[in-house]
Write a protein that binds this ligand. Structure first.
Ligand code: AP5
Length: 266
């Protein structure tokens, strides 16, 4: 993602387990409670605009584990004018997926950073069967482990929303150019038009948030990403939540699904 929060280890972690605490440069380090539920690695799946990024931001704040958004990493590369960004921009603007090899390498590199030790939220990845198989193989050697060495497998949560509502969400979305906070001119407008409530930076409209690009993104989702849902569902590591509810209710449904999955041994 474009601006990952810095992560420090909590001094209060008990039971032989590290607890990651998200910090900002000015914020005090607040240890997570010892009984704080850590969901391990989580995949958020769902069509464009279902609320993956919004929910990842809430879960990241609640669980103190990082969000890894392949869309944000790609947009950051475009903004910095890297070779990767130049290769991705045309495809993204047309609503097509970036080739698996590029995104797998990006995710592989991100997962070497120490802040993922206690888990992370993957937002928008994997979105092809090839990416899911690559990730499974990658994680079998570099997995998040519970104290005692037990591997914590990935669990996947799919957010579901009706397609007509998705188009409204996509065209109404605005994103802070600095802190990446997500707004919507219909359902969550900023206090002052075009300005972020949190840091006063200008809000941006994504270049792929057009009706034409949305149609292509939905096609890619239905043909290439639907098999990923099947992949995790078959392995019993999958739940689905209704994303048409208020943001806070969707967050609660995801948290409940994660607890159920972990209690069931996933
Ligand atoms: P990416 O950035 O991942 O886009 P996406 O998957 O299309 O999802 P979005 O970011 O559009 O939506 P979201 O579900 O995060 O919704 P949000 O929370 O913002 O990918 C972009 C492109 O990059 C792809 O098309 C592809 O080209 C490339 N790419 C990325 N990953 C790739 C990969 N793995 N492989 C290949 N290519 C890849 O919410 C949307 C709006 O709805 C917001 O305005 C929000 O405020 C509002 N909202 C959210 N929740 C609610 C709610 N409950 N009620 C009302 N409004 C809500």
């Amino acid at each position: 993602m474009a601006s990952l929060p810095r992560v420090a280890e909590s001094a209060g972690a008990r039971a032989g387990r590290k607890v990651a605490t998200l910090t900002s440069d000015s914020a005090e380090h607040i240890p997570a409670p010892a009984d704080h539920f850590l969901p391990g690695p989580v995949l958020l799946l769902g069509a464009p605009g279902v609320g993956k990024g919004t929910q990842a931001q809430s879960l990241m704040a609640g669980y103190k584990i990082p969000q890894i958004s392949t869309g944000d990493i790609l947009r950051d590369n475009i903004a910095r004018g890297t070779d990767l960004g130049r290769a991705a921009k045309g495809l993204m603007d047309q609503g097509q997926l970036v080739p698996d090899g590029i995104v797998n390498d990006m995710v592989g590199a991100r997962l070497t950073q120490p802040d993922v030790d206690d888990g992370y939220i993957l937002d928008g990845y994997p979105r092809t069967l090839g990416q899911a198989e690559w990730l499974d193989a990658h994680l079998s050697s570099t997995a998040v482990k519970r104290s005692g060495g037990t591997v914590v497998p990935l669990v996947a949560v799919n957010i579901r929303v009706d397609e007509n509502e998705l188009l409204r969400r996509i065209t109404g979305r605005r994103i802070c150019s600095a802190c990446k906070h997500i707004y919507n001119i219909y359902s969550k407008p900023p206090k002052h038009e075009g300005i972020c409530d949190l840091d006063g930076s200008p809000l941006l409209h994504r270049s792929d948030d057009t009706e034409a690009a949305f149609t292509e993104r939905m096609k890619a989702y239905n043909t290439l990403t639907a098999p990923v849902i099947e992949h995790y569902s078959k392995q019993g590591r999958f739940r689905e939540v209704d994303g048409a509810q208020a943001v806070e209710q969707v967050t609660a449904a995801i948290e409940s699904a994660l607890k159920q999955l972990r209690q069931a041994g996933a």
